[in-house]
Write a protein that binds this ligand. Structure first.
Ligand code: COA
Length: 333
């Protein structure tokens, strides 16, 4: 599913992020399961991740990231008309985490709902809200990727527990004025035949969690890493190529690629296939691991705040996740 032009241009007016204080290092994990810092760094690029405190929920992290994005955009919570939270770790199955965020921010005018597209959720939210703004339904939107993956991680499974972390990232989208930036092209896709490669099998209507099956870890992330890896590289490359082509850009025009932060080897493979030099690819997974829907949002904020690109630059965001799902966006900053 794709789009190139719209009546009203939409820009990213501000970004924000938040990660919990607690750092969990590879060395600490090596003391719990049969792994090593060397294996984790070589196979994934991850050195540490953040873990939310017991009383710190997905909505709390989302609201902190959102406040920073609002501040940068120069908007007050009451100005916001739409809030979309992308998450697979909502505070509660219902109501949506976006409703808690609305309340915490005091964004009293905003319509608020969640979407579930795993690691692709932030860019799904970007495309949905861009369309709703360009169609005239709203003048602005707050989109947030937020996860407390530590609550759905099997801490006894070395093949997954080394990968994930907690955090949140946010962006404020609004109608752009002449001369401002624009979300130029977006792409998203899904392959539901591959649901089994990456899932949390329990906790839904198919397999409610009971006292007897909780020990089977059905409520935690389950992944066939090697298979996911291959599809991720191909689909992310294709999605990025599509938005770059639709935007009419060449690899040398791109100031910064911001990919999903799951595995450094996946990121390197994509940069290589897109012919974009590594120094123009933003990486922060060494600090945070894979924070699912939050990952690309946190990376966008850090890239923005550390000057990885400037006004007018061309940037490409590209993601991949359970579903399997993928998405990309070409943005003129
Ligand atoms: N520490 C030490 N050894 C480990 C380990 C760990 N944490 N995890 C797995 N291993 C072992 C395996 O048991 C296996 O041992 P064996 O050869 O004796 O059977 C060996 O390392 C290789 O395992 P494999 O799964 O083939 O490793 P890999 O190179 O594919 O790396 C991932 C595993 C998960 C890092 C990698 O497949 C990956 O990143 N996949 C994509 C994941 C992803 O992006 N997910 C999120 C999508 S949003």
């Amino acid at each position: 599913m794709s789009e190139t032009t719209s009546v009203i241009d939409v820009c990213i007016a501000g970004t924000g992020s938040y990660v919990p204080e607690r750092i969990l290092t590879n060395a600490e994990l090596a003391a719990r399961v049969d792994t090593s810092d060397e294996w984790i760094v070589t196979r994934t690029g991850i050195r540490e991740r953040r873990i939310a405190a017991d009383g710190e929920f997905t909505s709390h992290m989302a609201s902190k990231a959102a406040k920073r994005a609002l501040e940068q955009a120069g908007l007050a919570p009451e100005d916001i008309e739409l809030i979309i939270v992308a998450t697979i770790t909502p505070d509660t199955p219902t109501p949506a985490t976006a409703c808690y965020v609305q309340q915490q921010l005091g964004a009293v005018r905003a319509v608020a709902f969640d979407i579930s597209a795993a690691c692709s959720g932030f860019l799904y939210a970007m495309k949905i809200s861009k369309r709703l703004i360009s169609d005239g339904a709203f003048t602005n939107a707050l989109i947030i990727g937020a996860e407390k993956l530590s609550t759905v991680t099997n801490w006894e499974d070395r093949s997954t527990c080394v990968l994930f972390g907690d955090g949140a990232g946010a962006a404020v989208l609004r109608r752009s004025e002449p001369g401002e930036g624009s979300i130029v092209a977006t792409e998203m896709g899904t392959d539901g035949s591959l649901t089994g490669l990456l899932s949390i099998p329990g906790g839904g209507s198919a397999c409610p969690i009971t006292g007897s099956n909780i020990n089977e870890h059905l409520h935690t992330l389950n992944m066939q890493g090697k298979e996911v890896f291959k599809v991720a590289v191909n689909r992310m490359r294709e999605a990025a190529e599509k938005v770059i082509a639709r935007a009419g850009w060449k690899p040398e025009d791109i100031a910064c690629i911001i990919p999903h932060q799951a595995n450094l080897r996946i990121i390197d493979a994509i940069a290589d296939r897109l012919a974009v030099p590594n120094d123009r690819v933003f990486v922060n997974l060494d600090k945070y691991g894979n924070t699912s829907a939050a990952a690309v949002a946190i990376a966008l904020d850090e890239a923005n705040r550390t000057g990885a690109f400037k006004r007018g630059d061309h940037i490409v965001l590209v993601v991949f996740g359970a579903g399997l799902t993928w998405a990309a966006a070409a943005v003129r900053w």
